[in-house]
Design a protein around this ligand. Structure first.
Ligand code: ATP
Length: 309
């Protein structure tokens, strides 16, 4: 399976350009779609899952064209949307049984076996008789991923799956996805949380304002940031000055001032040393510094407060 996105654009009725001439190829494995709020991730996922049309451009799933072969493409897809909800009054197993039916699994007995196996896989077997809408947040997400993967789809798309989950549930969720990784399955994981990507995805795409800013492996992204992350000691007044000029990644109080980490080509007027970058540094470099888009970025970060979880 291979997805080829060609020149994809989406302009909403109010004139907002959510995707702008996107070109991207996605191969089997876990693929991360990273970008701040409003980058266009949900728009892209909704186009890929046929819930929304594009304004121009197209997408191929192998030889299937999204404009023509909708039925065939639909049968390849499993989707966990960002705002995943349950119908009222369905028990956990009933919900999944319903999902299995939608995924084309026929025969009551066969379906029951598959549902039980899946409930065990996602750690919900013990609560199979509980009302689905009474599950904890983490359990609901696990039930959501269970319904997305139950028909063994070739393309699994999950939108912001770990938002609001505690660290233990995050890891659990990632492990479920890693378990279903297969050599011919594409898993697209959209997130604005950098840590979700670095620990699981071989390849990633970075979107900002509907445009592709980087495509490659997390390691490549980190390599391109080498020599750009600086550790500097600053006094209080210098801190105010440097804050205006460069994105600050961390701040630790130190005797008479602050030990800070910033992203910069060469921090003019300050003495410091470069340190080895990690994926979070690389994200700031691409999104914030490289794009000279500092103020927007900080507004997004304050809004959701979980960029670096
Ligand atoms: N129906 C719509 N009409 C007009 N503009 C829209 C519509 N849906 C989304 N947008 C705008 O398009 C841009 C991309 O939105 P999208 O939801 O795809 O981004 P995102 O990266 O998924 O962000 P988030 O994480 O906040 O969902 C945003 O500026 C958003 O406000």
């Amino acid at each position: 399976m291979r997805i080829k996105i060609e020149n994809l654009s989406k302009i909403y009725a109010d004139g907002h350009k959510a995707l702008n001439g996107l070109n991207l190829e996605i191969e089997p494995g876990m693929f991360g779609l990273l970008g701040p709020n409003g980058a266009g991730k949900t728009t892209l996922m909704r186009i890929l899952t046929l819930l929304q049309s594009s304004t121009s451009g197209t997408v191929y799933f192998d030889d299937y064209d999204i404009a023509r072969d909708r039925k065939a493409i639909r049968s390849l897809l499993g989707y966990l949307p960002q705002d995943f909800r349950f119908f009222e009054k369905l028990k956990t197993w009933e919900f999944l049984d319903y999902g299995a039916g939608l995924a084309g699994i026929q025969g009551k007995r066969k379906r029951a076996e598959i549902v039980d196996e899946m409930l065990r896989k996602v750690g919900l077997y013990e609560v199979r008789d509980r009302w689905a809408n009474k599950l904890s947040g983490g359990m609901k997400r696990r039930l959501g991923i269970a319904q997305a993967i139950i028909g063994s789809p070739k393309v699994i798309i999950v939108d912001e799956p770990t938002t609001g989950l505690d660290p233990e549930e995050r890891i659990r969720f990632r492990n479920i996805l890693s378990d279903v990784s297969d050599k011919d399955v594409i898993i697209i994981l959209s997130t604005h949380i950098v840590g979700d990507i670095s620990s699981t995805c071989k390849k990633l795409a970075l979107l900002n304002k509907g445009e592709l800013r980087f495509e490659g492996s997390p390691d490549e992204m980190i390599r391109m940031t080498e020599g750009k992350v600086w550790e500097i000691f600053v006094t209080d007044s210098e801190f105010k000055e440097i804050k205006e000029k460069y994105p600050i990644i961390s701040t630790i109080p130190s005797d008479g001032g602050w030990d800070i980490q910033i992203v910069a080509e060469h921090p003019e007027g300050f003495e410091g040393k470069t340190i080895p970058p990690n994926i979070e540094h690389a994200y700031v470099y691409f999104m914030d510094y490289l794009l000279q888009d500092k103020m927007n970025m900080y507004a997004d970060r304050e809004e959701d407060g979980e960029l670096f979880k």
